[in-house]
Design a protein around this ligand. Sequence first.
Ligand code: ATR
Length: 274
Amino acid sequence: MIKAGVIGWPIGHTLSPRLHGYWLDQFNIEGSYLALPVQPDYLQNALQEFKLAGYKGLNVTVPHKETVLDFLDDITAAARTLGAVNTIVIENGLFKGSNTDGFGFIENLKSGQPAFSVSGKSAVVLGAGGAARAVVAALIDQGAGEILLLNRTVERAEQLALDLGGPVRVLDWNQRADCLARAALLVNTTTLGMTARPALDLALDDLPADTLVTDIVYTPLRTTLLNAAAARGNPVVDGIGMLLHQARPGFAAWFGVEPRVDQGLRDHVLAGLK
Ligand code: ATR
């Protein structure tokens, strides 16, 4: 029995067991993937316990993504740059951490809009939290020509730009509607537009007709931003795919099979939101 799971606190809402459970069933793997509640103070002990219990690996979610770095033996350069780990492989008694959020973001765009490439082009990113870090790092990696970064708290955007380098230009949050004219890609990484949160107030008048618009919010799946963009004919990619694709490298490492993101998986995971 191969064991894996996701650690977080609280952990009740996580879709990851549903996601990995679908693949375990699909490939008939004798394995388990559990939601594992771990209190912040207990993180180091919990990691040792999972190792002793024979776990092959873990996903890491809030609030452990940053603090867990202190307890790992090996961290990929990309995860170290981000300062956050979401995937751990336990191998030969060692904890190896990586971050697959950027991979998930890019793979989601590629599967939703296969012809799209950000290489040499301009991207507008709204937000400067943990998700924005992964998105900006991935866009730099993909060769984006320019990344315009806007956040309500401008200092946070400036810190992100400092940490990640690359062609990032920080603009004032008030410029969010005016900076869209050159964008080939528009990404919302803020929590605005999430169910029970304020809406994202953004006029799309200056957005070119072929600009790809994506939102990492997936509750609701069709955010006001995506609806507004689709209504004016822009291509859109919703946010659930980032969650699905970021799970692939972990599953492959723990269970030894390269999983696919298909419509069946998407429907199964989305049913867990209801
Ligand atoms: P995550 O790590 O998931 O990205 P986060 O760190 O809480 O989450 O970041 C949430 C993002 O949404 C931030 O960019 C935040 O802006 P601040 O850095 O100024 O807090 C943004 N956000 C949340 N509520 C907002 C609001 N009412 N107006 C504008 N931005 C908001």
